[in-house]
Design a protein around this ligand. Structure first.
Ligand SMILES: Nc1ncnc2c1ncn2[C@@H]1O[C@H](COP(=O)(O)OP(=O)(O)OP(=O)(O)O)[C@@H](O)[C@H]1O
Ligand SMILES: [Mg+2]
Length: 157
């Protein structure tokens, strides 16, 4: 199932993220696809809030480490693979323990590792529309996308 959400500000993108974090279950993988500055890290900050990662943890892109891990209602594994040399980098770090673990995995630049993503991955495509506008397309299983859509429309989270 697929829904398109127009975000008019970084606050709205944070709210979409918060809804995604609130509805996430153990082992969920969230693949973020979008050009530089489209809001992937902003969305991840919202996901972290939705997973109840304490405010004391600033969510910044793990540029030099590939992954940052945060405690929350479920652990959050935040990958940013912009600088990835090849899939073997991920294999070397044991990515399967994260992708198939009990936490929630968020991957910036996920299009670079499409073949490694588990079935059931939630995809979020972010497209720049203007200085403060982004179009987010969510693709995933019907039940989850339905829940996210309802919360977004009801103004929840
Ligand atoms: N509607 C919006 N949603 C998200 N971010 C927005 C929006 N409008 C403006 N912005 C701004 O766009 C920037 C997005 O930056 P962010 O670091 O989240 O992007 P990114 O996709 O992670 O970039 P990178 O590819 O460098 O990792 C922020 O400065 C944010 O304030
Ligand atoms: Mg980023």
């Amino acid at each position: 199932m697929r829904i398109v959400i127009a975000s008019k500000s970084s606050e709205e993108t944070l709210r979409i993220g918060r809804i995604i974090g609130e509805t996430a279950s153990p082992g969920e993988v969230i693949a973020l696809v979008g050009e530089l500055g489209t809001g992937k890290t902003c969305l991840t900050q919202g996901i972290a809030r939705g997973l109840a990662v304490p405010e004391a943890y600033p969510i910044t892109s793990p540029t030099f480490t590939l992954i940052n891990e945060y405690p929350g209602r479920l652990p959050l594994y935040h990958f940013d693979i912009y600088r990835l040399e090849g899939a073997s980098d991920l294999e070397d770090m044991g990515y399967e323990d994260y992708f198939y673990g009990e936490g929630v995995t968020v991957i910036e630049w996920a299009e670079r590792v499409l073949p490694l993503l588990p079935a059931g991955t939630l995809f979020v495509d972010l497209v720049y529309q203007g200085e403060h506008e982004r179009e987010l397309t969510l693709v995933g299983n019907e039940e989850l996308i339905g829940k996210i859509n309802n919360l977004w429309k009801e103004g929840g989270c």
